[in-house]
Write a protein that binds this ligand. Structure first.
Ligand SMILES: [Zn+2]
Ligand SMILES: [Zn+2]
Length: 303
């Protein structure tokens, strides 16, 4: 099953040096989940050849503009392009009011319904699930209410050993039960043990998205053992005072968090506009947590 994330924006606050404000697109089993939607996100989708009509879920971490100013434009274009299927949006409660105000004063009556879920930033909560994954909030510590999101794959059915099944002429109609781990008692008195014909599926993977936050350790329990941890790293550690003042994280702190929580891989992003080149941020984080990569726009990372 496909589980990967494409970076659409990695800049903090303002677009700069060809870096756009925050947005990411998660693909889980060919369903597409937009995570934050900074200004220019729809143009980034066009640039990277991604059809926005494939997106049915949007998750907004908080109401600083660099995380949602692109949403009204994206929704408006979907409306103009004739979208009719519902759009699920998860975000802080005032977001719906903001969107409705913009639609009201442009006399826009959307051709598709918005199914809005207000996300509370007080305790970790499962806000969505389907057959592929679940989404839980991560309670971050920012200047305004802010949540990250934990996307956790669901455990898949057992894998069939098809060659062995065919060699032993096991009827194909038994396959669905074997996938579910069932042993079969046949009419002739014999038994088919599923352990002989199946193996366990891969362990479910987890993608944790930590947007803007002070690195205060309060949310570490929520992000334990991420397969991939995305964590903001706005500043180099020499600007720790600035990071604390603005409720952001340094590259060094992001790496320490990845190490402390047992992440397999760290992606850092939300880079300050003061950094024209990003290598120093990568070097600082990788010195503590070697399996670190920069979240670079247009790049897709396997989870
Ligand atoms: Zn931000
Ligand atoms: Zn912010």
């Amino acid at each position: 099953m496909k589980f990967e994330v494409t970076i659409l924006g990695s800049s903090s606050a303002t677009p700069v040096y060809n870096r756009n404000p925050t947005a990411q697109l998660l693909n889980c089993n060919e369903k597409f989940y937009l995570i934050d939607c900074g200004e220019g996100t729809q143009q980034q989708l066009i640039k990277y050849g991604i059809r926005s009509s494939k997106i049915d879920h949007v998750f907004i971490s908080h109401l600083h503009g660099d995380h949602y100013f692109g949403l009204i434009g994206l929704l408006s274009s979907m409306h103009l392009n004739g979208r009719t299927k519902p759009m699920k949006i998860f975000g802080p409660e005032p977001l719906l009011e903001i969107l409705n105000l913009q639609f009201k004063h442009s006399d826009t009556s959307l051709k598709f319904p918005i199914e809005f879920t207000a996300v509370q930033a007080d305790k970790p909560t499962c806000i969505y699930e389907n057959q592929d994954l679940s989404v839980e909030t991560i309670i971050l510590n920012h200047r305004i209410p802010c949540t990250g999101f934990k996307f956790r794959e669901k455990k898949r059915l057992r894998k069939l050993l098809v060659e062995k099944l065919e060699a032993d002429q096991v009827p194909i109609e038994y396959y669905p039960l074997l996938k579910r781990g069932v042993d079969l008692d046949l009419p002739n008195g014999s038994t088919i043990l599923n352990i002989d014909y199946t193996v366990d599926s891969n362990e479910p993977k987890t993608y944790c998205y930590c947007s803007d936050t002070l690195a205060d350790g309060t949310y570490l329990d929520s992000i334990k053992n991420s397969t991939v941890l995305y964590h903001e790293a706005t500043f180099l550690h020499e600007l720790l005072d600035r990071a604390i003042f603005t409720h952001h994280t340094t590259a060094l702190q992001a790496a320490e968090i990845a190490q402390q929580t047992g992440a397999s891989k760290l992606l850092i992003g939300h880079f300050s506009s003061r950094y024209k080149t990003l290598q120093p941020l990568l070097d600082e984080a990788a010195a503590v947590f070697p399996n670190t990569e920069l979240a670079l726009e247009g790049v897709t990372y396997l989870i």
